[in-house]
Every structure is written in C-alpha cells, then in structure tokens.
Design a protein around this ligand. Structure first.
Ligand code: CA
Length: 235
C-alpha cells in the first residue's frame, strides 16, 4: 500500500503544487482546504501516514488542528510537518508545543520539503519486533516457536492454522500499535478489499478462542482494528 500524505493548505495553488510533487515521488495524497476537513480526513480510512499542515487556515488555526490530532487516540502518532510563513516565530514554537514533528518556512523549496517528508517518514517507521529464529518468543502466558509454527499458552500446546499463526505473529510484531482490518488483510491475507474486513474479525475471534487465557493479549478497538498489548498485564 502506498504512503498517504494529507495536505492541509487553503492556498489552492500551493496545495496543487504539493500534491503534484508528492505524487511524482510515489506518495498518495489527499487535500483538505479547511481545518474541519483536515480533522475529518485524518480519521478516515485509509489513515494518513503524514500530515502537512498550514498554520493559517480559514476556520481554525493549524496549531489547534495539531493539538486535536494529538489528543485523538486514532491520530496521536501521525507525524505532522507544519508549513509556516516567515516571521511566525511564536506559532513555530507553539507548533512544537502542540506536538508537530517538524516545520518548513514558506516559501520553501519543494526539494527541501521532500527531504523532510522522507526523513520524518523514515523516523516514524516503527521497528517490527524481531521474531527470534533460535529461541522461543515468550509473552506472558504465551510462548511461540516461530520457525516451528508452534504455540503454547500456559505450556499447553495450541493448534493454529498457518493463517492464524501468521495473524498472531503479525499482531505480535506490531504490539502496542493498532492494526486496521485493511492493514491486516493486506499483510496477512495479501489482499485489499473493504468488503472482506469481516474475514479478519472471524479469524481474530477464532484465534482468541484458541489462545484462551492469552486471547486477551489481542485488544479490539471498535471501528478501527486490533492491537496486541505492548506488554502482558500483571497476572
Ligand atoms: Ca493558509
């Protein structure tokens, strides 16, 4: 799936230029001309991987948009690059106070912006938890022998299908991070089809049942997806 960048900019010429250049670099884009559209689009599937945010918007300041993105569970980790006019020193500081990741001063060169976009995306790319090849993964009551496709809960063997095993290890490798059904379909099933998200639900349900006491390690975020706990709860 391509990386989606949400462009929040009310100057249509600049928004078009950004869109053109980002798409030429292989990114997918979506444009919001107002703060309210920005907040709406930021929560819609597919979720943006990065937000370019102008500070001076007609209906709300960019800093307020950034603050709201940071307060929302769904968007709190999305990287934000603020686009600011020269001399907006205070806004610049506030931009960082409200959680922006970087800023560029207008007028900026497209090349400079692209470098920053790439740098931020690289930084934001979370490391997947390594799955050891020569020892078992232990997480609370759960133990995984990854190369052997074997799973134990409280040292009792659990029999998973190859697909369930892939679903479990994919969730585990991204533990602490919400995985949308669309992302799971694309990475576990290698397909992308909105109509098939129920498939994910069905398999998660079966996987949870099989894992018994360890099934709670996979949390449901209603309307969003699933998340393997960052750490096992005290048991
Ligand atoms: Ca503006």
């Amino acid at each position: 799936m391509s990386i989606l960048i949400l462009i929040v900019e009310d100057e249509q010429d600049l928004a078009r230029t950004l869109k053109y250049n980002l798409e030429r670099e292989g990114y997918a884009t979506r444009c919001a001309l107002t703060a309210s559209d920005a907040l709406l689009f930021a929560r819609q599937e597919p979720l943006p991987d990065l937000v370019l945010l102008d500070l001076m918007l007609p209906d709300m300041s960019g800093t307020e948009v950034c603050r709201r993105l940071r307060q929302d569970e769904l968007t709190q980790h999305v990287p934000v690059i603020i686009l600011t006019a020269k001399g907006e020193e205070i806004d610049r500081v506030v931009g960082f106070e409200v959680g922006a990741d970087d800023y560029v001063v207008k007028p900026f060169s497209v090349r400079e912006l692209m470098l920053r976009v790439r740098a931020i995306l690289r930084r934001a790319q979370p490391e997947e938890a390594a799955l050891p090849k020569d020892s078992d993964v232990v997480f609370g009551r759960l133990r995984l022998d990854v190369p052997g496709y074997r799973v134990w809960v409280d040292e009792q063997a659990v029999h998973l299908t190859a697909l369930e095993f892939k679903l479990l290890t994919t969730l585990y490798q991204r533990k602490g991070r919400v995985q949308s059904r669309e992302a799971l379909l694309s990475d576990v099933w290698d397909i992308t089809a909105d109509v098939m998200t129920r498939t994910v639900d069905t398999h998660i349900k079966r996987l949870r049942e099989k894992l018994g006491a360890a099934g709670d390690y996979i949390e449901t975020l209603r309307g969003v997806g699933y998340c393997f706990l960052a750490a096992p709860a005290n048991e």
